[in-house]
Design a protein around this ligand. Structure first.
Ligand SMILES: [Zn+2]
Length: 77
């Protein structure tokens, strides 16, 4: 499962439809930045871009990562 996370404020976009729509618009954001001579860090500007200046990055949230975290969690006493 893919989600988008802001690299500055941590805002997440987790709805499958939202993520798909965002990824479809990715080229436009990249083209706009490259036109200004800047390399995009993420795929889209954050919803709070004006305040945080962050970009949304794709994070893959899969079962393996969740199981690994659970298995490596220190036992609670
Ligand atoms: Zn942000």
């Amino acid at each position: 499962m893919k989600k988008l996370v802001c690299d500055r404020c941590g805002k997440e976009l987790t709805e499958k439809e939202d993520v798909e729509i965002a990824l479809e618009g990715q080229w436009a954001w990249e083209a706009a930045l490259r036109a200004h001579g800047t390399e995009p860090r993420g795929v889209l500007p954050c919803e709070n871009f004006v305040r945080c200046g962050g970009e949304l990055k794709v994070v893959t949230d899969n079962m393996f990562v969740r199981c690994y975290r659970w298995l490596t969690k220190p036992p609670s006493q």
